[in-house]
Design a binder for this molecule. Structure first.
Ligand SMILES: [Zn+2]
Length: 265
């Protein structure tokens, strides 16, 4: 009888222990913070976002700028406050289709570069502090942003990626965070200039995440929300062109060597 009681007690402890460990590990969803520059930039990794949401990862998308200067040859919108407002609504629509939490900041498209040093620098510094607050609040397990290529060489892409990197390296984070940059393998790019502007040698892109046709379709359904940028026929073309990169999102992890050296050579 005593033995029996002990067994029940032990089993109870095991149950509590297992339950407890569930509560503090498996049951807590992993968190991804994706940080990009403009409304529609999320498209870069949208199939991955869809996949992660499906896997019950808590995905928060930060879009830094208002996209007020986003005029192109596909549509005839005028740059300014009106376009910024339209793009805010479009971004809400896309986030809803993707199933991600959205933080849409209202920094100016091109980060006030046109205002020179005195306009641009304080604007970017404010952005850095605001992004840092977001990282502290969300406490993500992983962050994805642009690398030095910014995919299109756009200065906002490169500055947002650089700002996130600066925040990441500026302190020891209580909870470990891993930082990843979106990348395109050079061998998948045919244009010679583009290989230099945005290609990456494949050996750097050690995180290669496959996605399926459903993730792909939903990603392009979300892109349809950005009507001020892409009419449906253009979305169709972009969707076709993207196929040449295959059903994989390539990422480069930011890592520091673990050993200290005392000489360069
Ligand atoms: Zn962009």
């Amino acid at each position: 009888m005593k033995l029996m009681k002990l067994n029940v007690f032990t089993l109870g402890l095991i149950f509590i222990f297992l339950n407890g460990s569930n509560l503090f590990s498996q049951d807590i969803p992993k968190k991804l913070l994706a940080i990009f520059a403009h409304p529609d930039d999320e498209q870069t990794i949208a199939p991955l976002l869809v996949k992660l949401v499906e896997e019950e990862i808590e995905v928060t998308l930060v879009i830094a700028t208002d996209g007020r200067l986003g005029v192109n040859e596909y549509t005839d919108y005028e740059a300014g406050d009106g376009l910024a407002e339209i793009r805010k609504q479009e971004m809400l629509c896309a986030a809803e289709v993707l199933g991600v939490n959205l933080i849409h900041l209202d920094y100016h498209d091109q980060l006030k570069a046109g205002e020179g040093f005195d306009g641009h620098i304080p604007h970017v510094q404010d952005l850095i502090f605001e992004l840092k607050k977001i990282v502290k609040k969300i406490q993500p397990d992983a962050i994805i942003t642009w690398g030095p290529d910014g995919a299109t060489t756009h200065m906002d892409h490169r500055l947002v990626g650089a700002s996130v990197t600066q925040i990441f390296v500026s302190q020891q984070w209580e909870k470990p965070i891993e930082l990843f940059y979106f990348g395109i393998p050079s061998d998948l790019i045919s244009d010679e200039r583009a290989k230099t502007l945005r290609g990456q040698q494949r050996s750097y892109l050690t995180v290669q995440i496959p996605f399926n046709e459903n993730h792909y379709d939903k990603a392009y359904q979300a892109l349809l929300c950005h009507e001020s940028q892409y009419p449906p026929r253009v979305v169709g073309k972009i969707k076709m062109d993207r196929k040449q990169l295959g059903k994989t999102i390539y990422l480069r992890q930011f890592m520091a060597p673990s050993q200290i050296r005392t000489s360069l050579f």
